[in-house]
Design a protein around this ligand. Structure first.
Ligand SMILES: *[C@@H]1O[C@H](CO)[C@@H](O)[C@H](O)[C@H]1NC(C)=O
Ligand SMILES: *[C@@H]1O[C@H](CO)[C@@H](O)[C@H](O)[C@H]1NC(C)=O
Ligand SMILES: *[C@@H]1O[C@H](CO)[C@@H](O)[C@H](O)[C@H]1NC(C)=O
Ligand SMILES: *[C@@H]1O[C@H](CO)[C@@H](O)[C@H](O)[C@H]1NC(C)=O
Ligand SMILES: *[C@@H]1O[C@H](CO)[C@@H](O)[C@H](O)[C@H]1NC(C)=O
Ligand SMILES: *[C@@H]1O[C@H](CO)[C@@H](O)[C@H](O)[C@H]1NC(C)=O
Ligand SMILES: *[C@@H]1O[C@H](CO)[C@@H](O)[C@H](O)[C@H]1NC(C)=O
Ligand SMILES: *[C@@H]1O[C@H](CO)[C@@H](O)[C@H](O)[C@H]1NC(C)=O
Length: 352
């Protein structure tokens, strides 16, 4: 499986209203290629299922989600499951930023910071389906001025998902036709390439992760807000995924600091931070995630300058797995059992 993402900023034009495509009887929109089946719902422009072939030719659903589509909007934990947050993803430090010398205040919904634009974020909206074929679907959102506090001007966005052979493409187009406004998008997908079927471990640590162009990362404070400092990971240190192809995600589990590497007052184990992508050749695989158990490998290609890696520390084991995932012993999303890979621009870049 390959996963490319593209983000473009284009000039504004008006929307043409095409005939609205219909979901299947299961409530999902399904697109497919020779080796991938992907399913979506309009809520959050969310990917609910991503089936690829495992080493024995079986279908493996490699992303998290719920069987009960109605639960996406009700889940109090709302982990932004495989959706598109916006219009400015991730954190805005201290809920404030400046544009042309005017100071704007955004909603504090994550400690001292704004996360995913506040409580009216795009991952909580029911998007319009504006185009669909057997192998592609487009979701659109019209985000009125100040519908999220402190975000001026209308923004129009389209997100197109398509599949082609072993490739899943994510393309995002967004414009702010009226005034300057913060604009930064990502796709917030959570993976477990074993679909939680490995009887020896449901943790993500036995997946391998290689990011050959990402020696550097953003240093963050206890609330996961970058401080402005850019650090370089020493070989074999906790944040080194650049130097050893095939290194386990849990390669640093025994090192001091691993169990408090992502803030939360020292309670967050593993990763919840931003890695820069430096000097990658065009179309290079910048992130490779793989699992020997399922035989599945995912490669990310992106035009974005970096990627957030989050290893699901804050899942407390109460969330249900889909019926396509898990074993008779495990039906829950336990702590550190998945990985979110989010290609995006520098976190809080608006203030740095
Ligand atoms: C979204 O798609 C519609 C229909 O193709 C198009 O008219 C519009 O320009 C697109 N908007 C953006 C922001 O790309
Ligand atoms: C912002 O303020 C500074 C200092 O007062 C001034 O030099 C600069 O021209 C202003 N920039 C804009 C875009 O108004
Ligand atoms: C997104 O908006 C919802 C609904 O207003 C809110 O409950 C949630 O906390 C927001 N999510 C984030 C990550 O801020
Ligand atoms: C799309 O899929 C349907 C159902 O599988 C099939 O009948 C139709 O021919 C396909 N259309 C195209 C353009 O491939
Ligand atoms: C969907 O389209 C309708 C009609 O154009 C519009 O009023 C509504 O705001 C759109 N919904 C979203 C989430 O953008
Ligand atoms: C934006 O919304 C907030 C409340 O959500 C309000 O305090 C503020 O005045 C609004 N700004 C504008 C320009 O309408
Ligand atoms: C982790 O992967 C290694 C190498 O593929 C394998 O030998 C080991 O048994 C795996 N451990 C678990 C708990 O799955
Ligand atoms: C929030 O800011 C206050 C005041 O600067 C500070 O004492 C506190 O530690 C911060 N909280 C977090 C979670 O960073």
């Amino acid at each position: 499986m390959r996963f490319s993402s593209f983000i473009q900023l284009l000039a504004a034009t008006s929307y043409a209203r095409a005939q609205v495509p219909k979901p299947g009887v299961d409530g999902k929109y399904t697109i497919s290629s020779s080796s991938i089946k992907a399913q979506f719902i309009p809520y959050g422009a969310t990917l609910t299922n991503l089936f690829v072939k495992g080493k024995d030719g079986e279908d493996v659903d490699v992303v998290l989600g719920y069987d009960d589509l109605a639960f996406y909007s009700k889940d109090p934990g709302h982990p932004v499951y495989n959706s598109v947050p916006g219009r400015y993803v991730n954190r805005i430090g201290h809920g404030t930023y400046k544009l042309d010398n005017k100071t704007y205040s955004t909603e504090l919904n994550d400690g001292n910071n704004t996360l995913h634009s506040g409580t009216n974020n795009w991952s909580y909206r029911t998007w319009n389906v504006t185009a669909a074929t057997n192998d592609s679907i487009t979701f659109s959102v019209r985000d009125e001025s100040n519908s999220s506090k402190g975000m001026p001007g209308l923004v129009l966005a389209n997100v197109t998902y398509s599949v082609d052979g072993d490739k899943w493409n994510v393309k995002m187009d967004a414009v702010s036709p009226g005034v300057k406004s913060p604009l930064m998008l990502t796709h917030h997908t959570y993976f477990n390439l074993d679909a939680y079927k490995n009887p020896d471990t449901v943790k993500i640590w036995n997946h391998t992760l290689h990011m050959p162009y990402s020696k550097r990362y953003l240093v963050a404070d206890d609330g996961a807000l970058p401080t402005g400092e850019i650090a370089t990971a020493a070989p074999d240190s906790i944040n080194d995924f650049a130097s050893a192809p095939g290194a386990f995600l849990g390669h640093a589990q025994g090192l001091p600091g691993f169990s408090s590497n992502c803030g939360g007052g020292g309670a967050c184990e593993g990763y919840n931070g931003y890695f820069l992508i430096d000097d990658a050749p065009a179309d290079a695989a910048v992130v490779t995630l793989a699992s020997a158990f399922s035989g599945i490998k995912a490669e990310l290609r992106t035009d974005q300058p970096g990627v957030v890696i989050y290893t699901c520390n804050w899942f407390d084991g109460t969330g249900d797995l889909k019926s396509t995932q898990g074993t008779s012993e495990n039906k829950k999303v336990v702590r550190s059992s998945c990985i979110a890979i989010e290609a995006q621009d520098y976190v809080d870049g608006i203030n740095q």
